[in-house]
Design a protein around this ligand. Structure first.
Ligand code: CP3
Length: 340
């Protein structure tokens, strides 16, 4: 069993810096494309044997130090009672977006065993096969709420911010329901065998720091303190985190995921010595020639030494156009240049 990743999360000594890649199972891998040629994305998420199969693909191909369950953050939104589809052009589409008190009241807090048993089954299959730790995940409350309110991807988050500013009462009830869902969903994943969990707050970076602190942080704190009772490491990733680090520091996570727009050394200085960090190579750096990519890896490894622990990752998900050799070079060079 390779537990380097879990040790780094806890800030314990490690023989080398562990690495995994956000969205490591995905379209840049031909073996993933082959599975997707046979089934649509949601069927893949909901068929435990197939979800387990594609989860293992990057572990086998790249030799990463952790696996992340193959699923999607919007699976839990669908389980709350919304209708979800993935379109090739527009990405996720949730019909009848939540914009009113009645819309919020209609939502349920799902029981994972009843409405998402395939997630727990995939975790059990994976734990019987993996030799690296398995990461479970959920969207963070705000990021899930944006999809529910907007009905899909958006540019300026108009409906979300309108609800937040004009109807904070409704927004808060929605955030409470989503937070309860996130807690119950991740506790179920951990009980089924997830050895660490990551909360994806992909869109929190669109908020002013004061609004993040007032409207979002209380729910993140609540979710993290409840999930942490299960005793596994928790990673909190906020995309575009630079301006929010002072607040993110208070969230209670063991590990903070950092995007590439901030210098890792500056991020560590803001977060202090008590937290581990994960990140933070620009996903487009995987398109660089080998030597230039290696230089960037060395620079981040060196900066990561200043934190309580460092898990190497990209600063956001790997892009579908990425050459597989770039991802292979990344993993090899992190291992090679960090050997202690
Ligand atoms: O990291 C992994 O390998 C695990 C799998 C995973 C997926 N989505 C698979 C996926 C994870 C952790 C996610 C999280 C997710 N999903 C997030 C948060 C992470 C982030 O990137 O910030 C968000 C915002 C979503 C919502 C989502 N899912 C969108 C906007 C899209 C469409 C955009 C796109 O890339 O096509 C998805 C689809 C999706 N989720 C794909 C994969 C592999 C592509 C679907 C396909 O195979 O066609």
């Amino acid at each position: 069993m390779n537990d380097t990743f879990l040790k780094a999360c806890r800030g314990e000594g490690v023989p080398y810096t562990p690495v995994w890649i956000m969205r490591q199972a995905g379209r840049y891998l031909p073996e993933y494309q082959a599975v997707r040629a046979e089934v649509d994305f949601l069927t893949l998420c909901k068929t435990p044997e197939l979800a387990a199969k594609v989860t293992l693909q990057p572990v086998e191909r790249l030799g990463v130090d952790a696996a992340i369950l193959f699923s999607d953050i919007l699976i839990a939104v669908e389980a709350m009672g919304m209708h979800l589809e993935f379109s090739d052009k527009k990405g996720p589409v949730l019909s009848d977006p939540v914009r009113s008190k009645a819309g919020v009241e209609r939502l349920i807090i799902p029981d994972t065993e009843d409405s998402m048993p395939f997630v727990l089954e995939a975790i059990r299959i994976l734990r019987s096969q993996l030799k690296v730790p398995l990461i479970g995940f959920s969207g963070a409350p705000f990021t899930l709420a944006t999809y529910m309110i907007e009905g899909g991807s958006t540019k300026n988050f108009l409906h979300t911010k309108k609800m937040m500013f004009q109807n904070p009462g409704i927004f808060n009830v929605l955030m409470e329901k989503v937070t309860s869902t996130v807690i119950s969903y991740l506790v179920s994943q951990i009980k089924a065998g997830a050895q660490a969990v990551q909360l994806f707050d992909t869109w929190a970076g669109v908020l002013a720091p004061g609004d993040y602190k007032e409207f979002i942080l209380p729910y993140v704190k609540k979710a993290i303190s409840e999930i942490k009772k299960e005793g596994v490491p928790l990673i909190y990733f906020v995309n575009d985190c630079a301006a929010l680090l002072k607040e993110i520091k208070k969230a209670g996570a063991d590990v903070v995921g950092i995007d590439w727009r901030v210098d890792l050394k500056d991020a560590i200085r803001s977060l202090g010595k008590k937290l581990a960090v994960q990140g933070n190579l620009d996903p487009c750096a995987l398109f660089l020639p080998k030597e230039r990519l290696e230089d960037k890896v060395k620079d981040i490894l060196w900066k990561g030494e200043f934190a309580k622990g460092h898990i190497f990752n990209l600063g956001h998900g790997i892009l579908p156009e990425t050459p597989v050799e770039g991802a292979m070079t990344l993993v090899e060079s992190v291992h090679k240049f960090s050997e202690r």
